[in-house]
Design a protein. Sequence first.
Length: 273
Amino acid sequence: MQACPVFTLEMQQDKAVVERGDRCIECGHCGAVCPVDAVIQKKTAVVPDLIVGKTPAVSPEVLMQLLRERRSVRSYRKEPISREVMEQIINAGRYAPTGSNSQGVHYLVMTSTTDKISELGKEIMDFNAKFFKQLEKKPFALLMSMFIGRKKIQELINYGPGILHAQQRIEQGEDPLLHHAQALLLVHAEDWDGSPAFNCAVAMYHCSLMAHTLGVGVCFNGWVENSVNNHRKLKNRLGIPKDNKCYGAMTMGYQDIKYRRLVERNRPDVQWR
């Protein structure tokens, strides 16, 4: 009863009784904490033979090491990532928490076995180059600032020269956008879901940590995410439903570079009250 987040259970005469079953979000907490396997749920899989061992499974020191080891990797070997490895990575994502246990995270995988990744990169770069060229026109920039604000517009204007330069590099056979990735992973969810951005972000980060343990480097890519959401034809071609929004993307490949040192970060900005 204490573990139930939506008050489905109630104690009556020293027994836990299902009083509000329609509220159940199928999180499985009740079955996971029951010491005698008394809880049976039709939709939630509680695996009886996988008993929790010593918790936590890793020490704070080991976890901190893992978090600091994981870096944005943009240099990949020309070695394809197998279907089995990709499934192992995505499997880590499905154990990420989601708001109200919606589990509404959807995955889209593109691999290097076809030219789809490079074609996608060129299309995204062309789409953004056209936008930034339009942004050089003051009337268009003024109109856009009314929707997204002056500071954001100025930030985008500052990005313009870099995007046009990157487009030239792509035409020369380089890939400053997707880095000749061996795989590309996108996550998307329905807009109506209570916490779609959070759900997708956490799931993708779970995937990134698993990828790191398997020697697969990843790099989160906001250009892909933003372009998919603003380029309707591209979104349709990728098969992302109309009511869904892309909330994350990352390039992937076996690391072609070794990081020999950990990198320090700024001290956290914290308010204690």
